[in-house]
Design a protein around this ligand. Structure first.
Ligand SMILES: [Zn+2]
Length: 638
């Protein structure tokens, strides 16, 4: 790996970033050591699990730094020796594009239902930027999908890491051919194909693809990830050679408080506010705005609205570490530096999900909700639950650090209220049916039934219900069950009774829809005995509709004479239940169409399977989720 390191530095020198990189190396040095320990313990456990034939328990994946430090010196010494040995293997990848590194989204930034698992690198608002292998290796996987990462390439490196490149526009040369081959073999645009070492080798700096805007991307950029190959956990690319310039400390915007337990109470925010506002003394030191009056009775938790930016990008990204101390004792720490994809959705428990979805605010919870499987937390007994002493003023300090080691601090006084003081705070009794997070729950109302398995909620919740008039085109009233600001870890089941008389022939065309901002979102489901049943992973407004309309499918730019044309487009879409499948054949043979669901377009580029000269017959068909079919045919010469 010495070569990689040297060329990585050469790359940086070329960019004139070398002095900055050294500064960062010093700043993050302490953490780098911790990370190495982590890798080692994981390796040991991975090899042990191979022998037993069992999957390695994820509980061993998160290092317990604090305990490590306390354990026997011999053990630490052993770890240190192994860590040094492993550190020589830790790669320092080169940047994947010849562009200044501008970050639009960073590692473990909060997103709905997940942490962002890599760096989003800006491409100047354009597609087609050459993408290079960050180190020697081989393409181990090509995944093409209309959703998610779109066109994605995974490169395995001999160092034990995998790098992932998402939202690509297209692959280059032999890699594009291998992709097309796999698509024709599968007769599918969507493929997920693995390649053995030796099949598609790449060398460091080799261009293998071009950046794009495919899949779930809202603008041209490159999504870049570093993963540990053995368990596919995502790691922070900034610890592996990606060096966006950053001397900007995290920005703090507000603090929220949560009374934990039935008898606990927190002082109210100001009129109309959703948190206590903060004041910046300088760019890294914050205090609560004068007159904030933060008091509590019993036990409380905190959440901090905090984001981080880079020197050359104003996008609001995420921080890497947060600690909370009360009267000098640390009560909470979170290390946002490792993503286990199996636990990704617990991101909803890490953040204040309601503030995120309802107010677009990034409140990081500084205590652990009861149903939260993330292994990002330190071993402080309190796990962020702060019990205040009546009549006492507690000194609270929150410190947040970004990936480059820049820090911001919020300090404030938390007053311990007496029972009498707390009783004077306004309170509204919470309406709704109590759902316990650790039990199965059932809500039954006239015409609707909603059930959740245990551990679907992250905490106990009062679930509110209301019935609203039947929306246009609906066959049942609108059943409002809680709202989209309460997250779910796993699906529940909803039954909605069909109110109107529906011809039996149409039973298979019925589906449950969720109304979001006035528009129906298909939830699918099946009909039996007057009721439609569907699995849902959202609260919200539900009703029943019928989809009898076939998908739209029509020609965009096919001409009877296609001589000299590179390809053609068809429009495809469905008004309600959604496209289930489609197929396009040329002279009776399947041809590859790229599907862009955002633009509702199927696009063909003439290839070696479709470019013969002469007269051709094109047949296209599409089926929606309720089995309604469309067909389209066209004759052309080439
Ligand atoms: Zn991304």
């Amino acid at each position: 790996m010495q070569n990689a390191r040297i060329s990585g530095d050469a790359e940086a020198q070329r960019r004139g970033e070398i002095s900055w990189r050294l500064a960062v190396a010093v700043a993050v040095g302490r953490h780098s050591f911790k990370r190495k320990n982590h890798c080692i313990s994981l390796r040991l456990c991975a090899s042990a699990s191979n022998q037993s034939g069992l999957k390695s328990p994820s509980s061993t994946h998160k290092p317990n730094y604090e305990v490590n430090h306390l354990k026997s010196l011999a053990f630490c010494a052993l770890n240190l020796v192994t860590a040094v040995a492993f550190s020589q293997e830790k790669p320092n990848f080169i940047h994947p594009m010849d562009l200044p590194l501008e970050v639009a989204g960073n590692f473990m930034e909060l997103r709905s239902n997940h942490f962002h698992s890599g760096l989003d690198m800006k491409t100047g608002g354009r597609i087609g930027q050459p993408v290079k292998a960050v180190a020697d290796g081989w393409i181990s996987r090509i995944k093409i999908s209309p959703w998610g990462y779109g066109k994605a390439v995974y490169i395995d490196h001999p160092s034990g890491y995998t790098t992932v490149y998402g939202h690509l526009d297209h692959l280059k040369g032999a890699f594009a051919e291998a992709t097309l081959e796999a698509q024709y073999k599968a007769r599918d645009f969507s493929i997920d194909k693995e390649f053995a070492r030796g099949e598609l080798p790449v060398t460091q700096g080799e261009v293998f693809a071009y950046s794009g805007n495919t899949g779930g991307s809202s603008g041209p950029h490159l999504h870049f990830e570093v993963r540990r190959t053995s368990d596919q956990h995502a790691l922070d690319p900034q610890a592996y050679g990606m060096n966006p310039p950053d001397n900007v400390p995290p920005s703090i915007f507000g603090l929220r408080t949560y009374a934990l337990g039935d008898s606990s109470r927190c002082s109210p925010y100001g009129t109309g506010a959703v948190g206590f506002p903060v004041t910046a003394l300088n760019d890294s030191t914050y205090m609560l705005k004068a007159g904030s009056n933060l008091s509590a009775y019993g036990t409380l938790g905190l959440a901090l609205n905090i984001t981080d930016s880079y020197s050359n990008s104003r996008n609001r990204c995420g921080v890497r570490y947060i600690t909370v101390s009360v009267d000098g004792a640390q009560v909470y720490s979170a290390h946002l530096d490792d993503i286990d994809f199996a636990k990704q959705r617990y991101c909803n428990a890490y953040m204040d999900f309601g503030m995120y979805t309802g107010n677009s605010m990034k409140y990081n919870r500084l205590y652990k909700l009861p149903n939260n499987g993330l292994r990002i937390y330190g071993n402080e007994m309190a796990q962020g639950r702060i019990t205040v002493e009546p009549g006492k003023d507690h000194a609270v300090q929150i410190v947040a650090t970004d990936a480059a080691g820049n820090r911001s601090k919020l300090t404030f006084v938390l007053h311990g209220a007496t029972a009498e003081e707390a009783a004077a705070w306004p309170s509204t009794p919470e309406p709704g049916q109590l759902f316990r997070y650790n039990e199965a729950n059932l809500l039954v109302q006239d015409g609707v039934r909603f059930s959740l398995p245990a551990a679907a909620l992250y905490d106990d919740e009062r679930i509110r219900y209301a019935v609203l008039p039947k929306p246009k085109d609906a066959l049942a009233p609108l059943h409002r069950i809680q709202d989209a600001n309460t997250p779910l870890q796993v699906s529940g089941e909803i039954d909605v009774a069909v109110q109107d008389n529906v011809d039996d022939k149409l039973n298979s065309k019925l589906l449950i829809v969720r109304i979001v901002k006035g528009k129906p979102v298909a939830e699918g489901g099946s009909y039996a005995n007057g009721v439609v049943t569907a699995k849902v992973r959202n609260f919200g407004d539900f009703t029943v509709m019928v989809d009898t309309l076939p998908p739209t499918l029509y020609n965009v730019d096919l001409k009877t004479n296609m001589t000299g044309r590179k390809g053609f487009k068809l429009k495809i879409g469905d008004g309600l239940s959604g496209i289930a499948s489609w197929e396009v054949k040329l002279d009776g043979k399947w041809i590859m169409m790229e599907y862009d669901p955002g633009a509702s377009i199927l696009e063909h580029t003439f290839d070696k399977y479709s470019s013969a000269p002469g007269k051709h017959q094109l047949e296209a068909s599409a089926v929606d989720e309720r089995g309604n079919k469309s067909a389209f045919s066209f004759e052309f010469t080439r």
